[in-house]
Design a binder for this molecule. Structure first.
Ligand code: ZN
Length: 301
């Protein structure tokens, strides 16, 4: 059985919201089986909003959730870290409406979850296994999911900019590959957009400490963490947004030029199309074919 997991103990950190610029304290707390991930506003008497696609509200530059009087913004990087480390049940408590941006990546949240420790629970986890292909296209933006034995993501981006004209990456997303290859990839934005965002009251907490800023000829930050850090961050965002379906996915997600609006609309449509998937208690065990010849030899010996 692939059992559900929660945190071993509660843990906190502090930071600022990327868009609001507000200081915020975030605590991650263990939760009972079948709780899912819930955001709790300590500053609003503990009102909660579950991290599910039916509660998606703002999707302009970040993914927000709301229910009644409660809202929480910029949930995607934290959700990506939680689900990639296999945390099914947790309460995320905040004293402000926006999750702290930290360094613009999911790495600080990975660190936090590892510090808290992970606890296996007594009930099986249910996965959403894709049975048939589904896609959604808006102009030049496209997202699709295909049946696959494992959770895989392909992402491609293209911009009219010399630095990141075209980047693409396909990977099998596992706990380890997410931690090593995706979690450290930071949010990015274009310098010429920053002023516009600020006029809209967004990116007020943004700085070179928490985002890659792209000027006309290069990045304003000293260095990139990966040559293709931009497309890796898009994978991070997609993993976080798709966490809103409420189950780990067994299937291959393929996205081109997506963003939070496309990701979350697709997550909602996927849940509605109940013939496209089924809930199962885990992926098929690895076969010799799937793990490759070298490993198969090792297994045989
Ligand atoms: Zn992001």
């Amino acid at each position: 059985m692939n059992a559900q997991r929660t945190l071993r103990r509660a843990i906190s950190c502090a930071g600022i919201g990327l868009h609001s610029g507000n200081k915020v304290t975030l605590s991650l707390k263990p939760a009972a089986v079948d709780t899912g991930i819930r955001f709790r506003r300590a500053d609003l008497g503990g009102l909660e909003v579950p991290a599910t696609v039916e509660h998606v509200c703002g999707i302009n530059h970040a993914t927000g959730l709301s229910r009644d009087a409660v809202s929480v913004d910029t949930v995607e990087h934290l959700l990506a870290a939680l689900v990639s480390l296999g945390i099914d049940n947790a309460v995320v408590e905040l004293n402000s409406p926006e999750v702290p941006i930290m360094d613009g990546s999911a790495a600080p949240f990975i660190y936090l979850i590892h510090e808290a420790g992970i606890k296996t629970q007594s009930k099986a986890r249910r996965y959403l296994k894709i049975l048939r292909a589904m896609s959604l296209t808006h102009a030049d933006k496209r997202i699709a999911v295909y049946p696959s034995d494992r959770f895989k993501v392909t992402y491609s981006i293209s911009f009219d900019h010399p630095l990141l004209r075209h980047q693409a990456r396909t990977m099998r997303v596992t706990e380890q590959s997410f931690v090593d290859e995706i979690a450290p990839a930071r949010t990015f934005g274009f310098l010429k957009e920053v002023e516009m965002l600020r006029q809209q009251g967004l990116a007020l907490g943004g700085s070179l400490e928490n985002a890659i800023v792209i000027g006309d000829t290069g990045v304003l930050n000293n260095a990139l963490r990966f040559e293709d850090e931009f497309v890796r961050h898009k994978i991070l965002d997609l993993v976080g947004d798709m966490a809103l379906v409420g189950h780990p996915i067994i299937g291959h997600l393929v996205a081109h030029r997506g963003g939070h609006a496309l990701h979350t609309e697709f997550a909602a449509r996927l849940l509605e199309d109940t013939e496209a998937w089924t809930l199962v208690e885990g992926p098929e065990p690895e076969t010799a074919d799937a793990i490759g010849i070298a490993d198969a030899v090792r297994v045989a010996q």
